[in-house]
Design a protein around this ligand. Structure first.
Ligand code: ADP
Ligand code: MG
Length: 153
């Protein structure tokens, strides 16, 4: 278990963090994005997906209403927003486990999954901080090693 915090003074800093993490990802990774409405979860996910796709103009809508959007990029990505999930039992219907086995999975509102996320995920908590945000990263499995070169605060 590792933990680090970084200040993200503006949206560009959120995008850079997402790009740094994007290059480390592989199929099976789960990145849980915690934070209130407006914290920057979708901003982070959008930048990460664009980085993996190598397309800075790729349209990445918020999956609030569809619950999941998938991308057939260099690495397949499934972007979930569980805000409107009725209960954790619905994860099966929406193909969550399959998505984990065949893609990189990004999850907004991960608390709605009620502990059904894999333990070796990367957790990123986004909070308001001054005019920007602060990101708190923690990860099980080998995430400590993989995030080694990201500057800690
Ligand atoms: P969420 O998905 O968490 O509800 P969004 O990503 O949809 O949040 O919206 C977050 C808002 O915060 C966007 O307007 C975005 O421009 C802004 N934002 C994202 N990161 C930062 C940051 N580091 N500093 C200031 N504003 C940010
Ligand atoms: Mg969102």
């Amino acid at each position: 278990e590792m933990a680090m915090r970084m200040v993200l003074p503006d949206e560009a800093a959120t995008v850079r963090l997402a790009e740094d993490i994007a290059i480390k990802l592989r199929v099976g990774d789960v990145v849980a994005l915690h934070g209130d409405l407006g914290a920057g979860k979708t901003t982070f996910a959008r930048a990460l997906i664009r980085a993996v796709a190598g397309d800075p103009a790729l349209e990445v809508p918020s999956p609030t209403f569809t619950i999941v959007q998938t991308y057939a990029a260099r690495l397949p990505i499934a972007h979930f927003d569980l805000y409107r999930l009725g209960s954790a039992d619905e994860l099966e219907e929406i193909g969550f486990d399959e998505a984990v086995s065949e893609s990189v999975v990004l999850v907004e509102w991960p608390e709605r999954a009620e502990g059904r996320l894999p333990a070796d995920r990367l957790d990123i908590v986004l909070d308001l901080y001054e005019d920007g945000r602060v990101a708190s990263l923690s990860g099980g499995g080998d995430w400590a090693k993989r995030l080694d070169r990201t500057e800690a605060l």
